[in-house]
Every structure is written in C-alpha cells, then in structure tokens.
Design a protein around this ligand. Structure first.
Ligand code: M6R
Length: 612
C-alpha cells in the first residue's frame, strides 16, 4: 500500500530517495519521509502531504550523505500527519525504520513496550512498535535485533531499518508485502516496487516471505527465516517505467482486479478474533444498547459504492434482522428522507470525497443520526466527518472504474452485518461460524477465479460481446445488484450500452429488446431462485438472445440452458456476490480492450466526483 526505497552507495542519497519516492507516489501519497545516516547520527525529515511537500522541508544538511531510507505513506493506522509519517525512530533515535503492511498485535506490543519496557511513543501508528522492539533487542547487530523483533509481530511487513551505529548498512525483512533488492555497481538498493529501482539498475533479487537481507554499497546478503544464507537468482527487469508502475499489467484496472485476493485479505485481517472466531470491529464505538434498539439503517452512496450498499442492505437485513434502506446519495439528500430516533446511517465511499455522499452524511448527522463511514482513504472528508469509520484497506485505487475498492466495501458490509447480528443476537453460532469461515476462504477462491484459464475464457467471450453496442445483465435476489454493478462497469469503460434487470422483470418490458444474438449476461448463484432464473433464461433463449451465465460449481444444470457458462468455486449463496463480481469486471475490461477504449481514464469521468 505504501512505498519504500533505500540506498547504500557513494552517490548523494537524498536525491535518489526523493526521486524513488516520486516514482512510488501512486502507491500512497498522504505523507512521506526519509532517514539518513549522517556523522554518527540519523537525520530524519518527514511531512504530511506529497513528496514535493517533503522536499520543501529539506535544509541542505542532507546533501553528501550516501545511505538512507525513504517512505511514502497510504495511511491505515493513524491519520496522515507529520508525526505518523515514516520513518519512525526508537526512543534514543539511533534506529529508524520504514514499513509497509499492518502489525496486527500492535496494541498488545505497545502496551508491553510502554508499561514493561519503558518506551515512549510519538505516533499513532502500528509501525512504531517495530522501531521500539528493535531498539529493545539491539546490541550492535541490527539484523539480529530485527529478526527478534519480527518474531514477536503478527501481521504483514516489508521492513527496512538503519542504525546510526552501523554506518553503510540497511537491513530488511519481508512477510506478505513485497521487497525487491536492486543490484548496482558499487551501490545497492531496496524498494517495495520496481519503478523506484529502474533509474539505477535492472538487476534485482526478490525477497520471499520470511527472508531477511543486509545491504551495503559492496554487497547484499540474504538469509532465510533460520538465518541461513540464501543464494538467489538475479531477475533482470525488462519493463519500462510505465509498465513497472502497473506491476507489469497493461492497465491499472487489471492490476487492481488482480490485487483483489490481497485486498480482501487485508480487509479481513484483524477483524476476526483468533480466539473466539467472531467478528471484532474494535474501531467502532457503538454501545450494545445502541445496536440493540436499532430500528432502521440508511445506507447511502454513489455509483459502484451504491451497488455495494444494495448488497449490504440484503445481507444486513438477513443477518442482523433490522430494516435497511439503500439510497443513491444525490436522491437521498433531496427526497426529505424520514430520519428518526433509533436509526443510523452508513455511508460508503472509496475516495471519501464524493460531494453528494458527503452532503448526505451531513444531512443525516444534522437530523441526529449517528453515521458510520466505510471508506478507503484515511483522513478523507467522509472519514473526518463521520462518527465512526471502518476502513476498507484496499490500498490506492487509481483506475476510474472501481474494482478492488468495491470488493472490500462488500466484505466490510458482511463484517458489519455479522457484528450487528452478534450484538443483536439475531444469528446463531453455527451460521455465524459458517459465514466467517466462508469469508476467510474468499482470497483463495478469488485467486482461482483470476487464474489464467478463467481469464482466457472471459477474454474469448468478450470478442463476441465487443461487437455489440448493447448488452443486458440479469439476476434475481443477491444476483441483481451484481448485475447492476456489471452493467455499470461495462458501460463505464467499453461504452457499450448495458442495462441490468431483475430477471423476473424481463417480461414486463425489456424482453421486447431481445433480438438474435444479443449478449445477455445472467448471474445464477442463488439456490432459492435458481429455477426461476432458469425460466427467465429460457425466455431470452426463445427470442434468440445469447446467454453467458456466471454460476457456481454444483449448478451444472445451467450449462444445458445457455451458450456459455463460467463457474465460480462453490460458496455459501450469501457470499457469492463477492466472487461473481470478478468475472463481470474482467468482461468489462476485455470488452473495453477489444474496443480500444481508454480503460483507466474513460471519457467524461473522474476518479473522485467532488462536485454535485
Ligand atoms: O469515491 P466514491 O466511492 O464515493 O465514488 C463513487 C462513484 O463515483 C464511483 O463508485 C463510480 O461509480 C466508479 N467510477 C464506478 O466504477
């Protein structure tokens, strides 16, 4: 989510770090910082805002220094402020670290470090515990101290540290967050992403989970989790800078689609109690009494986030036994909604800056409702103005078409539903355990859906679809909002006119539009309405429509009724929308590609809609 760069060599490190951080700003851009080894001390500069803001704080003292680390942040724990920016240092400021990832047991570690080991904290971040832990174990060997420190940390990390007592040395550790060593001539680098390395070298070594590295100008040593040296092959990078920013994919949208297993894993991380297996949303400050007397929830959002809200409505009503209304924010704010006691609002916004959503949030608060925001951007307007915030932790989403943010919004809404269900006693232990285990299985299932074979199948289908100027998405029950989202995605980037219909509505009008060969994408994942949806598919078949069905393994009957079928791994029907959204995203992507559309920046659209 954030960007890391480190350098050991003979050139002025200052300019190298700043340039590397600028190349990584697409990974996170709410604050930045550098730490340099300078005359037996560490020089640390950090600033909220962009790397350009950080540059303004540099005094010139940093020149002529040749070893250092830098970081550009996408906030998760703690607001985007100067204090929360990385690098973080230990109490005596002889160690500085930069970190990507999340330390799940940071609260327990912080408590131990302050109460038992006498450390003083300066930031609100989870990362700072690592700086103090390393200091606690440090007796002159930074790598050994890092090894001991991370053995106590649960979570994910790409971690790089320097010490004022070990000039010329950087040490690193990796777990579930990438780190790549760049091999130069008389200089070596470390970075979280390849773009930061390309100006210096194309020869790299990629660290694996559990590995550590010690880097100096003259050499790189890599060790496994047991401290044994690892001999790694050199990987030569052939990408240009633009391809490297996209992780080698042609577009940010495809990169973001492919990041969904990791994004969903991050959203779930720490929110399921490892001891009792229940959902724990410790960040939410609702009292048990507030949750129990809840009579209605208003979900408000725009575009894709609204579609997540429609699914949230269905899931919360089912699990938490409370009535939910879902509104498009631009309608909610002008329809004079009935907002009463014992109601709350949930606003959903990737950017946290959407003007209509923000206005709806203000209206709900003005009328006395407590507002929970589900958003991806720490420090955004929505997060600041809401009473409670649940972050989606999808990482920066750059493509205008929302994909990974949408999936993490859905997962967050399932968490909210389970949390409410538990608090209100409306879900039994067995059902709750089944759904939680289903949630945990999502990242693996998403990986299966994103495998090469599946993608090729969808790509082939899009050759047919892309020749049409009109397409339909149909589904019933939970499949209907997925159909709406699929149609929006297709319109948005391929410019094919796509409409979503509740499958049962076809015969009330839209069937008149079905002609020979017209593409109809049918979502068929809900057992309760399986036969009904198949009947609707037959209505389309009878008029010559070409149906492409997205269904679950085990629903093999579908294949007999349609032209082509895409199988999702079998999953609880309630969770199927998280999986079925993905093939619709890929259909939109490949159809747009076949029509040569501008995938990441579709015409007339902006990523963040800050005007009414
Ligand atoms: O940042 P937000 O989630 O508030 O944005 C809401 C919509 O503008 C957004 O979801 C839009 O519909 C997307 N471009 C759809 O892909």
């Amino acid at each position: 989510m954030c960007g890391i760069v480190g350098y050991a060599g003979s050139k002025e490190v200052n300019a190298i770090l700043i340039d590397g951080l600028k190349k990584l700003e697409y990974r996170g851009y709410d604050s930045a910082g550098i730490a340099l080894q300078h005359d037996g001390k560490l020089l640390i500069s950090k600033a909220a805002g962009s790397v350009a803001d950080l540059e303004k704080t540099l005094t010139g003292q940093e020149n002529a220094v040749t070893v250092g680390i830098g970081h550009t942040r996408w906030a998760t724990h703690g607001r985007p402020t100067d204090e929360n920016a990385h690098p973080h240092s230990s109490c005596c400021e002889e160690i500085a670290i930069v970190h990507n990832g999340i330390i799940e047991n940071h609260s327990a570690l912080r408590q131990w470090l302050t109460e038992e080991a006498g450390h003083t904290f300066r930031s609100e971040t989870d990362t700072e515990v690592l700086a103090h832990l390393i200091e606690d174990y440090y007796d002159g060997d930074l790598l050994e101290a890092m090894r001991k420190a991370v053995s106590r940390a649960e979570g994910s990390y790409a971690l790089v540290a320097i010490s004022s007592r070990e000039p010329g040395r950087l040490v690193c550790a990796r777990q579930d967050s990438p780190l790549i060593v760049g091999l130069g001539d008389g200089e070596n680098l470390i970075a979280s992403d390849i773009p930061a390395l390309l100006a210096h070298t194309r020869s790299t070594k990629v660290l694996e989970d559990g590995e550590f590295a010690s880097i100096s100008a003259d050499g790189v040593e890599i060790f496994d989790a047991d401290g044994k040296p690892v001999d790694k092959e050199i990987l030569e990078i052939t990408w240009d800078i633009e391809a490297a920013e996209k992780g080698g994919y042609d577009h940010f949208m495809l990169k973001e689609i492919m990041e969904q297993p990791a994004a969903v894993r991050e959203t779930l991380r720490q929110r399921i109690d490892s001891v009792n297996g229940k959902v724990t949303l410790s960040e939410l400050g609702f009292t048990a009494e507030e949750l129990n007397r809840l009579e209605k929830i208003h979900i408000i959002a725009c575009g894709t986030a609204y579609h997540a809200g429609l699914l949230g409505k269905a899931v919360i009503e089912k699990i938490a036994n409370v009535s939910v209304e879902a509104d498009v924010a631009s309608e909610f704010r002008y329809r004079d909604p009935l907002l009463l006691e014992n109601q709350i609002a949930i606003v959903i916004s990737q950017s946290g800056e959407t003007a209509d959503t923000l206005a709806a949030l203000r209206l709900a608060r003005q009328k006395g409702l407590k507002v929970l925001a589900i958003t991806n951007v720490v420090g955004s307007s929505v997060s600041r103005e809401a009473d409670e915030v649940l972050y989606t932790w999808a990482g920066p989403e750059i493509a205008v078409a929302s994909t990974k943010a949408y999936l993490t919004q859905l997962v967050s809404l399932y968490l909210v539903a389970l949390y409410l269900g538990e608090a209100r006693g409306s879900i039994d232990a067995e059902t709750s355990a089944g759904l939680i285990s289903g949630l945990k299985s999502l990242p693996a299932h998403l990986k299966t859906i994103l495998s090469e074979d599946s993608v090729v199948k969808l790509r082939d289908y899009c050759d047919h679809l892309s020749k049409w100027d009109s397409a339909f998405f149909v589904g019933r029950n939970l499949d209907y909002p997925v159909a709406m989202e699929g149609a929006l995605k297709l319109k948005e980037i391929s410019y094919i006119h796509a409409e979503a219909y509740a499958a049962g509505e076809l015969k009330h009008g839209p069937l008149a539009l079905i002609v020979e060969g017209i593409p109809v994408i049918a979502l068929v994942t809900q057992k309760a309405v399986f036969d009904k949806t198949l009947s609707n598919i037959q209505e389309v078949n009878a008029r010559g429509g070409a149906v492409f069905a997205i269904t679950q393994e085990g629903f093999e009957e579908v294949a007999r009724q349609v032209e082509s079928v895409f199988y999702l791994p079998a999953i609880d029907d309630l969770l199927a929308p998280v999986l079925s959204a993905v093939p619709t995203q890929l259909i939109a992507y490949y159809a747009a590609l076949a029509r040569n559309s501008s995938v990441d920046k579709p015409r007339n659209l902006a990523k963040s809609v800050t005007v009414e």
